[in-house]
Ligand binder design. Structure first.
Ligand SMILES: Nc1ncnc2c1ncn2[C@@H]1O[C@H](COP(=O)(O)OP(=O)(O)OP(=O)(O)O)[C@@H](O)[C@H]1O
Length: 712
């Protein structure tokens, strides 16, 4: 049967044509001799392999036919209206790039008009174009990396990064990726290595050479061999043809499929496709090991919902299970996962509670309410200074020191190591802190509740005693997890091959404290890599977001300084940053901005207003509705259609929108300021880092346009 090789299609087609294209491709993949397909060569075409096929009366598919291993292969270039299709088919050529061995669809110049098929105004070269400033010469681009000469000349004349990114956006696949890389300070060797470029071997059989080239890792960012009718349907039905589902960057593919001898850590800035790698990896593991118990987890339930949806979109055939310890992929937030361990353990959980808390609770499934630490502090007559007797310090001390070390009494607390905790505690202070912790525990015992960190610690102790319940654990948003989360995940899976795969970005830590994985039995030892190409955010918005982090000392889960260098594949307008004098002016400006986007054809649900807290969320929703802009608050529910979405910056984590307004960026309520003022230096410093990260997270949710409003 013929093999279909999809490419990222250069034109977007609408739903009804898509359905017909699907039928056409299904027929083609079943039998390419069927006369209804009207497969035809084009007389005088630049490439004798080119064929057109009849999608319907009006639309034609353009493709290349290759023969190899006794089978025909069709590289589908795209679908166009009849006359355009003939014009495209006459001038396109598929060849192996002689320098880098990658497949290249080029447009041959039309002799009649003497113009290039893809005309681009050559920029006027400034005194020193960007690539010259970076020390690049024509030989690097053309002779070493295989950039076509005409594209190389445009790139070499580009005055700045944005111009190169514009050029990159006009070239799909490896060429676009090379251009993005060339605009950075990475060495030519690094760039070549990243795309695994190698000089091609020529066998004399051109079709076989092309097929080999199409299978190169960097080629798969643009060409996908379709594995059966079902995959064909998914590729065509789901959104655009350039989607993450099909065309992975070679680095993403490597991390999705590679085997690791132990825990692996994948870092990367916002939008670099970490979640995409995790979802693909879950699929790869599930397909290769149908009996494996695979866990895909993250920090919140909302993010887990998105992972679940993403996996189902990628491949509905992958079995998702709703119970741990069963074959298939179990997707859940890490706290829900810990709760599930406790629930299914039943009364057998008593031993684990005893191990962690030193008391007996038989069915500790209720949650400790927020504010319990405050009540305990208020009810005590502790002589501790305010920078210790506060909720932030005590809950952190409890989650970072007491629970992971399973401290059960004052004597143990006196001895425990408090590494990386800012405030030093002498013996008297330790005893007083313990008195508060003991009061907290006593109250929770009476209520029969556990807080989230306790529940994770108890679940970890239970698993450690009774054995793991998974074969592979994949973790997203690792930077936000707390020590007992890591303990439960470590205990969930036995040490061994592909046990833990962790995606994280320390710049996006907005919840917990900084921690180091090695302390919780997760030894990365050199198995750590970084993704650096941002798929989501335009270079302009990314620059704005990165500037929020300037000067902050961010440290990753292996206690190393976090790298900042990463780049965007997309270019767009600069963010609009406005300062306003009053709340009313701010709300008016938000409404005006959104109205102008809607007037230009944006759909409401692709626009989000991100605010610091729930109070402001309600205020913005009301103000927008009053001003005739339909808006809706998003909380735990999934975003609905037809209205502009308004949510807290926390809720927006992991999401993305075409257009984003950051309202009241950097706002701090009086209560929050008072809380920060009451903290010790180390806690305050960490809180400041998290506050900057929150703006970074929020700003990187914008795909195309970002507007920022600050109060003067
Ligand atoms: N290979 C790819 N081709 C096309 N789009 C991609 C690719 N990889 C990722 N994307 C897109 O880039 C966006 C960001 O991807 P993803 O959410 O996986 O990044 P992330 O690193 O997890 O981001 P964040 O840390 O901000 O949550 C998504 O829209 C995703 O579909």
């Amino acid at each position: 049967m013929p093999t279909i090789i999809m490419t990222k299609w250069p034109v977007k087609i609408d739903g009804s044509v898509k359905a017909k294209a699907m039928t056409f491709l299904q027929k083609l993949s079943a039998d390419d001799t069927s006369p209804g397909l009207h497969l035809e060569p084009i007389a005088g075409a630049a490439d004798p392999r080119v064929r057109t096929g009849r999608v319907d009366q009006f639309w034609r598919a353009v493709m290349f036919r290759l023969d190899g291993a006794g089978e025909s292969h069709y590289v589908i270039h795209g679908v166009w209206p009849h006359d355009d299709a003939i014009a495209v088919a006459s001038r396109v050529r598929l060849k192996v790039n002689p320098i880098n061995g990658l497949p290249q669809i080029e447009q041959v110049r039309l002799e009649r008009s003497g113009t290039a098929a893809h005309t681009v105004d050559p920029p006027v070269a400034p005194a020193e174009p960007l690539l010259a400033r970076l020390g690049r010469v024509r030989e690097d681009l053309v002779g070493r990396l295989g950039v076509p000469a005409d594209v190389a000349d445009l790139a070499l004349a580009a005055p700045d990064e944005d111009t190169i990114l514009d050029l990159a956006q006009r070239h799909d696949g490896w060429l676009g990726m090379l251009l993005v890389d060339l605009a950075t300070s990475d060495s030519i060797d690094t760039i070549a290595e990243r795309l695994q470029i190698a000089t091609p071997e020529e066998t004399g059989d051109e079709d076989a050479d092309l097929l080999r080239s199409l299978k190169q890792p960097a080629a798969q960012a643009q060409f996908a061999f379709i594995d059966g009718q079902e995959e064909l349907r998914r590729v065509i039905e789901k959104g655009d043809f350039g989607s993450w589902r099909v065309f992975l960057h070679p680095e993403q593919r490597r991390y999705a499929v590679r085997r690791y001898k132990g825990p692996f850590r994948l870092s990367g800035g916002a939008g670099t496709g970490k979640t995409v790698v995790l979802i693909h990896r879950a699929r790869v593991l599930a397909r290769e090991q149908p009996h494996a118990r695979i866990v895909l987890t993250t920090f919140t339930t909302n993010l887990a919902d998105a992972l679940r949806d993403g996996l189902a979109q990628l491949d509905p055939a992958i079995p998702q299970t709703t119970a741990l310890n069963e074959p298939g992929v179990y997707v859940n937030g890490v706290d829900a996962l810990a709760a599930a361990v406790i629930r299914t353990a039943g009364t057998a959980i008593t031993d684990a509670v005893q191990t962690v808390l030193g008391d007996a609770r038989s069915s500790p499934t209720a949650r400790t309410p927020n504010g319990r630490w405050r009540e305990v502090i208020e009810a005590s007559s502790s002589e501790l200074p305010p920078e210790i007797a506060n909720e932030t310090f005590l809950s952190a001390e409890y989650a970072l020191v007491v629970l992971p070390s399973r401290v059960k009494n004052e004597a143990e607390y006196r001895r425990v190591r408090r590494s990386n905790r800012g405030v030093a505690l002498d013996r008297a202070k330790r005893d007083r802190v313990w008195a508060l912790i003991a009061a907290y525990r006593a109250q929770c015992r009476i209520d029969g509740t556990l807080d989230f960190a306790e529940a994770a610690a108890v679940a970890a102790a239970h698993l450690a005693a009774t054995g793991g319940q998974a074969d592979h654990v994949l973790v997203d948003e690792g930077q936000d997890l707390s020590p007992t989360h890591w303990q439960v995940l470590r205990a969930l899976v036995a040490d061994g091959e592909d046990d833990l795969f962790i995606a994280e970005d320390s710049h996006q830590r907005i919840y917990g404290n900084h921690i180091v994985l090695g302390r919780y039995g997760i030894k990365i030892v050199g198995r750590s890599q970084r993704l650096t190409l941002n798929y989501r955010t335009t270079a302009q918005n990314l620059r704005y977001a990165m500037a929020m982090l300037d000067g902050g000392d961010y440290v990753d889960l292996e206690d190393q300084e976090e790298a900042t260098g990463y780049r965007s594949a997309r270019s767009g307008p600069a963010p609009k940053v406005d300062s306003v004098d009053s709340l009313a002016a701010e709300l008016d400006t938000i409404a005006d901005r959104i109205r102008s986007w809607l007037d230009c054809g944006a759909t409401p649900e692709t626009i989000a207003v991100l605010v610091p807290d729930k109070f402001q969320r309600e205020r913005v929703v009301n103000a927008l509705n009053e001003r005739g802009v339909p808006a809706r608050a998003v909380d735990r529910d999934r975003p609905a259609e037809g209205r502009v979405l308004v949510m807290t910056m926390y809720r927006a984590k992991g999401m993305e929108f075409a257009k984003v307004v950051l309202a009241d960026a950097g706002f701090r309520s009086a209560a929050e300021q008072a809380r920060l003022d009451g903290l010790d230096d180390a806690e305050r410093h960490d809180a400041e880092l998290r506050a900057r990260s929150l703006i970074y997270v929020a700003a990187t949710r914008a795909r195309d346009e970002l507007a920022v409003l600050q109060r003067r």
